[in-house]
Design a protein around this ligand. Structure first.
Ligand code: ARG
Length: 355
């Protein structure tokens, strides 16, 4: 099984890297040997780097894939200690954020070899706000409630605001998980203001600059990298139409409607839609003002179309998950809405980690 997956990966990878068939054959033979001896094989840095890029290219839910070749790959496979792993993630936050000029980056830790030889990150993303159910109601991000509870059971305490950054929780080699507070000075946050509606700032909203998904498993040639946090930059709607707008997240539409003086008594006034658009205008405007990379959904869709064209030129099958690719605001204004996509999972790819 592993040998077949390795072989399949090496063939494609080496061909795309313009290596000779002979080189691929030799490498496959070496891997098979390694597998016989250790039951395992190790990727070269080049294979790891290109494999991670391919995994991004194959990420059916991602609209940002035009930039897959620019992914910066950081190899941290030699780290064993939880603390070292946490420090590598702090470095990732700084390198990926790059003072606002965000660089798509992945940090790859050692792959899982057994139940006593692995690294796991518990966080959904390296940066995320805590959520608390209090007697006075919800505080923070409701999506974080279970994870926040876990952190508190481990002894972590937040400040009790709507925007407490959660600690990073690392588990290594079957030992007790450990938590690490993220140094405040490495986290860039953007206060949300609106270009014309002054009262927006009174909502006291902010969001962190860099989405760094950390709960997925990166699979390359049958090897399972269970800890491989990666980031791109935000598409505005992720924050403006989901994180702030979902009723099960910050649920801000009623408050936005209120500062805009909209008639919220009748759904047919389309107050939700009007509030949603201005909230998204505010997110895009604020990130730009703060010098933090962000893309609007129209530009992102146009970039995705370019990606589709490039893949066609290379005669590669395009895969995609329509339900994720369409933006949550004005989906039918993008070409994506009017097409079908094949949602097959091609390897290398990112998968949910087994709990
Ligand atoms: N939607 C997720 C969030 O708001 C982030 C997912 C990854 N997004 C990205 N632009 N790379 O935290």
């Amino acid at each position: 099984m592993l040998d077949k997956q390795a072989e399949q990966f090496i063939r494609v990878c080496y061909q795309e890297l313009n290596k000779s068939e002979q080189e691929a054959t030799l490498r496959i033979a070496a891997i098979k040997n390694e597998l016989l001896l250790n039951g395992y094989y190790e990727h070269t840095f080049e294979e790891l780097e290109y494999g991670a890029k391919m995994a991004w290219r194959n990420s059916n839910r991602c609209i940002g894939r035009l930039f897959w070749e620019t992914l910066q790959v950081i190899d941290e496979r030699e780290l064993e200690q939880e603390k070292e792993v946490a420090e590598a993630m702090f470095r990732h936050i700084e390198i990926g954020t790059n003072d606002g000029k965000i660089v798509p980056t992945i940090t790859i830790f050692k792959p899982k070899k057994s139940d006593t030889d692995y690294i796991r990150i518990f966080n959904y993303s390296l940066l995320r706000y805590a959520g608390y159910e209090t007697e006075l109601g919800m505080l923070g991000d409701p999506a974080s409630v279970p994870f926040t509870k876990l952190c508190m059971e481990m002894g972590w305490r937040g400040e009790g605001t709507d925007f407490d950054l959660l600690p990073i929780v690392v588990e290594a080699n079957g030992k007790q998980p450990q938590w690490f507070e993220i140094p405040k000075e490495i986290v860039l946050e953007v206060p949300i203001v609106h270009p014309t509606i002054e009262a927006f700032k009174d909502l006291q909203l902010k969001w962190y600059s860099t989405p760094i998904v950390s709960e997925m498993m990166l699979e390359i040639g049958g090897i399972h990298y269970t800890a491989a946090p990666f980031n791109g930059w935000y598409m505005g709607t992720e924050i403006g139409a989901r994180n702030f707008a979902d009723e099960t997240r910050y649920n801000m539409l009623p408050k936005v409607a209120s500062i805009m003086g909209l008639d919220t008594r009748q759904a047919s006034s389309l107050w939700k839609d009007k509030a949603l658009v201005e909230l998204n205008v505010a997110v895009l405007y604020s990130f730009k003002e703060a010098g933090v990379s962000i893309v609007d959904h129209h530009t992102a869709a146009a970039q995705f179309r370019k990606f589709e064209e490039k893949e066609a030129q290379k005669a590669r099958e395009l895969t995609g998950d329509w339900t994720w690719l369409i933006p949550p605001v004005s989906p039918a204004t993008t070409h994506i809405f009017h097409k079908e996509y094949d949602n097959q999972m091609i390897s290398p790819n990112f998968f949910p980690n087994k709990k």
